[in-house]
Design a protein around this ligand. Structure first.
Ligand SMILES: [Ca+2]
Ligand SMILES: [Ca+2]
Length: 638
């Protein structure tokens, strides 16, 4: 099936289904995906596991692979079919695994290769795909490639970005240019042994690889093939748009955003980010994955998802460039993280959702990332009351949904981590006064499984990051037992996602007011699904007559924990005698409703067909009886 997929998408080009309402509306561009051709990844929920904080199996206070294995049944029970794991490779952990010292071995504190193989086998038996985090931009400074490169070993001499410094007016050696590290300070570090500076776009312990060297490209291809042979379904590619820098090392122009020359915001990153060479690497890796899938067709399509905080046009070229060359299946869509917040109104949401779909090349799959380990959690960005509504939005939009672990419970950032307990590198660099402004530790605290010690994460006296004290009330066990909970809402949404209308239905969206927006998913012969979100902090009464012909026919499928409605409610609008029946939406709440679009649902249609069929049988029987009686009478007369 995988091999037929691209052909199917191409042949279906031009058959897009655009809705015809006068309001701004969008096609999901999913029409190309008939039921037979939806590949495993095209409608999956990708659950991001941050292994260090997920589950500790041996009581050292650090999450590990056996911990992840022990929780795979939980993911399966929740309905998760795909995961992506933050790095699990050998690393000095300066940047918690994003500084890899050996791409082909497992970090000792996380487990062994045997544990990893067990993880893949167990996941496979539960129907869960494993995606690994691939960190190509830089290695650890403890990687043997870097050590050999620093020593000018001829095989590795050119593996990293080395440059001579320059002398200032006082004759003091300075870095070759004004490039800054994302983590603050110069992106150049002097290396005494080599007698040159090396580039590090992130921490100084993360030297940038030189992808202009074909030997580096080959070495990294080899890493990808190694893990593909271990049975992974693909890769999430880290910090993609930082891969290449301008070879002539020019100064970057000033941005005017800050007067601090050591801040990453001090310059515009026109020579260190989103260079055209990045696209060619994406296409190269796509080819590698496609070739692998073709050679190992017994397995699933191997895919890539790419991390780049970049302009929309750049991201769309990753999908497919103007020449039709394909790259990333899923260039991460971070609009829900970067472009909307708790202060956004309904129009901002609609605009950002449509923006992605308008620019996405035809025949591709949309994706929506609601959170990750680098950004504050949903409850912090949108407010704790928004948790259910944001999950409704995420899980009923067309395409792929990406959930960061803990968001199914509405876990909250732990903002009170002391300076002493702070471990995130940019936070340590920022110092005691400013660390809270940049620290990513608050969204990385251990998963809250129960109200047991350390939230059931670990039996250690001290965990690597403190557990959020709210675990006593906010934990999975409590949410499983409660009548209503964020987890139960999340799980019911995943169940609902199995409906054909959510897998491949058309999509149209409108702001109904400044505070409420709604979208429809429609598919011939199936009930329409409608998602309505109130993004304001006030209760809203919503008149749906503009949006739907007969709102009286709506039935609640999923309601949030604060909703006055419950799943199955259907009489709430029918009993409303007003000409313009109104729906009541709690502050920052959402609702998912079903609606018999054509007046007759698939189920009812089948019933009618059955009745007609039975009626036909009776009719034929009557006819036969009449014929027989006629013949018998005739015989009698003769
Ligand atoms: Ca452990
Ligand atoms: Ca780079």
């Amino acid at each position: 099936m995988a091999n037929d997929l691209s052909a199917c998408i191409f042949s279906a080009k031009g058959s897009l289904l655009w809705t015809q309402a006068p309001r701004p509306v969008m096609s999901s561009l999913l029409s190309a995906q008939t039921e037979d051709f939806i590949d495993w990844w095209q409608h999956a929920v990708f659950y991001q596991i941050y292994p260090r904080s997920f589950k500790d199996s041996n009581g050292d206070g650090i999450g590990d692979l056996q911990g992840v294995i022990s929780k795979l049944p939980y993911l399966a029970e929740t309905g998760i079919t795909a995961t992506w794991l933050s790095p699990i490779f050998q690393s000095p952990m300066v940047d918690f695994g994003y500084d890899v010292s050996d791409y082909k071995s497992i970090q000792t504190e996380y487990g062994t290769m045997a544990d990893f193989e067990q993880l893949v086998n167990t996941a496979t038996s539960l129907g869960i795909k494993i995606i690994l985090d691939f960190v190509p931009n830089h290695t650890s400074d403890k990687h043997e490639w870097f050590i050999k490169s620093a020593a000018r070993d001829p095989l590795y001499d050119n593996f990293y970005v080395w440059a001579d410094g320059k002398l200032d007016n006082q004759g003091v050696r300075q870095p070759p240019n004004n490039w800054q590290s994302v983590f603050y300070g110069s992106a150049w570090q002097w290396h005494e042994q080599r007698g040159q500076y090396y580039l590090h776009q992130f921490a100084k312990e993360q030297p940038d690889l030189n992808f202009r060297n074909p030997a580096v490209v080959r070495a990294m291809d080899d890493v990808l093939l190694f893990w593909l042979n271990k049975g992974v379904a693909g890769f999430r590619i880290d910090a993609l748009n930082h891969l290449f820098e301008d070879e002539t090392l020019p100064d970057e122009p000033l941005s005017g955003k800050t007067t601090d020359p050591l801040s990453y915001d001090y310059t515009k990153h026109i020579y260190t980010k989103d260079l055209p060479e990045v696209l060619s690497m994406v296409q190269h890796w796509r080819q590698l994955l496609d070739d692998y899938t073709a050679k190992h067709s017994e397995g699933a399509t191997r895919i890539m998802m790419t991390e780049a905080y970049a302009d929309l046009q750049v991201l769309m070229d990753y999908y497919e460039d103007a020449g039709g060359v394909r790259g990333s299946q899923l260039p991460f869509n971070f609009h829900f993280i970067t472009d909307v917040s708790g202060d956004s109104d309904a129009r901002d949401f609609v605009y950002n959702i449509e923006k992605w779909l308008i620019y996405m090349p035809r025949g591709h799959t949309a994706n929506w990332v609601m959170g990750n380990h680098d950004k504050p959690r949903v409850a912090t960005r949108f407010g704790p009351a928004s948790v259910d509504a944001m999950n409704m939005l995420l899980l009923t939009l067309p395409g792929v949904a990406v959930t960061y672990n803990g968001e199914e419970l509405g876990m909250q950032d732990y903002d009170e981590i002391s300076w002493e307990d702070t471990v995130d590198p940019p936070a340590r660099i920022a110092g005691k006064l400013d660390y809270k402004k940049v620290s990513r530790d608050p969204e990385r605290t251990p998963f809250q499984w129960s109200n047991a010690t350390n939230a059931g994460f670990s039996t250690a006296a001290k965990t690597w990051l403190p557990v959020n004290p709210n675990y006593l009330v906010l934990n999975l066990e409590a949410q499983k037992q409660a009548v209503k909970s964020h987890y139960k809402v999340y799980k019911s949404l995943i169940e609902l996602r199995k409906l054909p209308v959510l897998r491949r239905g058309r999509f149209s969206i409108e702001p109904l007011s400044r505070t409420v927006f709604a979208f429809k998913r429609t598919l011939k012969d199936y009930d329409t699904l409608v998602t309505i979100i109130n993004v304001s902090a006030k209760e809203q009464l919503v008149n749906l007559t503009d949006f739907i012909n007969r709102p009286q026919k709506l039935v609640v499928e999923v309601a949030g924990v604060d909703s006055v409605y419950a799943p199955g409610d259907s009489s709430f609008l029918a009993n409303n005698r007003s000409d313009k029946p109104q729906l009541r939406l709690a502050p920052r709440a959402g609702l998912v409703l079903s609606y018999e679009q054509s007046g007759m649902s698939k189920q009812r249609r089948l019933l009618v067909k059955q009745i007609i069929k039975s009626f036909n049988v009776v009719l034929v029987a009557l006819l036969m009886y009449n014929l027989w009686r006629h013949k018998w009478t005739k015989v009698n007369f003769n």
